[in-house]
Design a binder for this molecule. Structure first.
Ligand code: GTP
Ligand code: MG
Length: 234
């Protein structure tokens, strides 16, 4: 297997929908999930580059593995559930510190998932597989509740992250560009999230190549698995 050119890692509390987001993007579906054990990755070819996308376990018992998965990451997707304010707080309290092992230029995206469950914006629930918003709210629509976490809260966290990393706002993408609301269930904003990051990671890969040896983890050193497109390093 060719060594990935860049690495993106999904972090966040259990049940926020990390695995579902990744499966929605990679497999174009929203299957039932089981709580992740350890971590697993997918490989995505983006232009001529191979990007590994790592799904991690949010459960407390696997917390110690997080910084290992983040090692050399070009981007980290900090995921919360828009209906659970504590999941946003956990990003700062429990997950941000895990990113100390990421690349020095690591990009941060903050993603509020499960927006389909909120009462805000009909468009949020109408993007599944390219369907029009008017198809939302069919017989299997989920009950709507007011959104508990606002996008501004995510923007505030993004700014705190810049302070924590001692980065200047001028040198990094704007908060508005890096804070997303998504639904793994309907597909809303999922392609936008991943593909925005891929486009940002590619110049970093090129720069790293120009500067010298890559910092990405050599995943070929992981134990081989049966699956070809994804694997598990629990
Ligand atoms: N309504 C709705 N449910 C979602 C969405 N994303 C995930 N879920 C559900 O939320 C539950 C948890 O999803 P997972 O993707 O397994 O969550 P996770 O973050 O990977 O959890 P861990 O692996 O334990 O860290 C599952 O029942 C999913 O079906 C979403 O966008 N909308
Ligand atoms: Mg999971």
């Amino acid at each position: 297997m060719r060594k990935p050119d860049g690495k993106i890692v999904l972090l966040g509390d259990m049940n926020v929908g990390k695995t579902s987001l990744l499966q929605r993007y990679m497999e174009r579906r929203f299957p039932d999930t089981v709580s992740t054990v350890g971590g697993a990755f997918y490989l995505k070819q983006w232009r001529s580059f191979n990007i590994s996308i790592w799904d991690t376990a949010g459960r407390e018992q696997f917390h110690g593995l997080g910084s290992m998965y983040c090692r050399g990451a070009a981007a980290v997707i900090l995921t919360y559930d828009v209906n659970h304010p504590q999941s946003l707080i956990e990003l700062e309290d429990r997950f941000l510190g895990l990113t100390d092992t990421a690349s020095k230029d690591c990009l941060f995206a903050i993603v509020g998932n499960k927006v389909d469950l909120t009462g805000e914006g009909a468009a949020e629930s109408g993007e599944e597989e390219g369907h029009s918003p008017s198809k939302a709210g069919g017989s299997c629509a989920s009950p709507r509740v007011p959104k508990q976490v606002q996008l501004e809260d995510a923007v505030a966290l993004y700014k705190k992250i810049l302070k924590y990393k001692m980065l200047d706002e001028k040198d990094v993408p704007a908060a508005e560009q890096m804070c997303f609301e998504t639904s793994a269930k309907t597909g809303y904003n999922v392609d936008l999230l991943f593909e925005t990051l891929f486009d940002m990671v590619v110049p970093m890969i090129l720069q790293q190549r120009a500067e010298g040896p890559s910092q990405t983890v050599d995943i070929t050193s992981c134990k081989p698995t049966k699956r070809t497109r994804s694997g598990c390093c629990a």
